[in-house]
Design a protein. Structure first.
Length: 192
């Protein structure tokens, strides 16, 4: 038996449905993709990074936001919910609902087996189109490993990967630094 094709949703239809839903969904090319629950390890990494950025950004012109703030990349999307983002100065918002950001300086994604490829490729290809984006940080949740992608003045990107707990990730565009050991503080990886 053939399955019914999914109806195409316009960005406006998507926003209406997403705003009414209990849990957020990302949007691309007329389709909604529900966000999944996160693991305990993911949640601990999120807490560590979110708290560290919060204390470092106090009194600064940049602000952090968690995964409840939607980001739009391009005129018709896609729409994403990054794990953590940082924007500087007055936010540029899509509309008066103040829930969809159009610019950001740093994006941090905590990788999971089901989203790793999506975060590394598809999301990055869209995030990098935002002229304001300077840092894209990918944090593994099954091992100690950080991948830092940084936009250069010529708009090219460099990639630095580290597993050294003493290494420091410099997020120069937002005036913050994250020590890898702090990112993974109190993280207990499940036995394999």
């Amino acid at each position: 038996m053939a399955t019914q094709p999914r109806p195409y949703l316009t960005p406006r239809q998507y926003l209406e449905l997403d705003r009414a839903a209990e849990h957020g969904s990302e949007y691309f090319d007329g389709e909604m993709f529900p966000m999944m629950a996160v693991s305990l390890v993911h949640d601990q990494i999120f807490s560590n990074v979110y708290q560290s950025l919060g204390s470092q950004l106090q009194g600064q012109p940049c602000r952090r936001a968690g995964s409840n703030l939607r980001v739009k990349c391009g005129p018709d999307g896609p729409y994403f919910y990054p794990d953590i983002l940082v924007f500087c100065g007055a936010p540029i918002l899509e509309d008066s609902n103040e829930e969809t950001l159009l610019d950001m300086t740093a994006v941090i994604e905590i990788l999971s087996p089901s989203t790793e490829r999506y975060d590394r490729t598809f999301k990055f290809e869209h995030y990098r189109k935002l002229p304001s984006l300077r840092h894209y940080l990918l944090i593994a949740q099954n091992e100690v490993k950080i991948e830092h992608r940084r936009r250069q003045p010529d708009s090219s990107w460099t990639v630095v990967t580290s597993s050294d707990p003493l290494a420091v990730v410099e997020l120069s565009a937002i005036g913050c630094a994250l020590t890898i050991s702090d990112i993974y503080e109190d993280v207990h990886f499940p036995a394999r």
